[in-house]
Design a protein around this ligand. Structure first.
Ligand code: ZN
Length: 151
């Protein structure tokens, strides 16, 4: 596994719409492993492929240690409620803000074995899913931030 360089805000890679994964190749598996290592090393709760310079619909999320979600071609299939909580991004160091997100979301995605699965999350997990899936469409949390927090 290798730690990858995280692309920072200002790089246009973060504003591109990512392409779906058509086939889970060894290269995709390596990318997932490297993304997990990079997320852990950066102390993040999620990481999307464009953040490591790869324009593919892949993300990893781990808000509780050991509860890791590999999201290949993820999509939100249901959402409910609303939350306004603090968010940040490994690609936008030093900036934090309050965003408006659904309180509960259900995501459908593929894992590294090519199996489709569904996961529902609330609160921080729901925010992380929304945040990472937004990255795959070139969207950043600062786009839906309703209040910027200083420091
Ligand atoms: Zn982010």
């Amino acid at each position: 596994m290798a730690k990858l360089k995280i692309v920072k805000h200002g790089d246009e890679t973060l504003r591109k719409v990512c392409r779906p994964v058509e086939k889970i190749t060894p290269r995709i598996i390596t990318l997932l492993d490297d993304m997990i290592e990079t997320m852990h090393a950066a102390d993040g709760v999620g990481l999307a492929a464009p953040q490591v310079g790869v324009l593919r619909r892949i993300a990893v999320v781990e808000v509780e240690e050991g509860e890791l979600y590999e999201l290949i071609n993820p999509r939100i299939v249901a959402y409910a409620g609303e939350q306004q909580e603090q968010e940040g991004c490994l690609s936008i160091p030093g900036r934090w803000g309050i965003t408006k997100r659904p309180k509960h979301v259900t995501v459908r995605a593929y894992n590294r074995h090519g199996e489709e699965y569904e996961v529902s999350g609330s609160d921080l997990l729901a925010r992380a899913f929304c945040h990472e899936i937004d990255h795959l469409d070139g969207k950043l949390f600062i786009d839906c931030m309703i209040e910027e927090l200083s420091e």
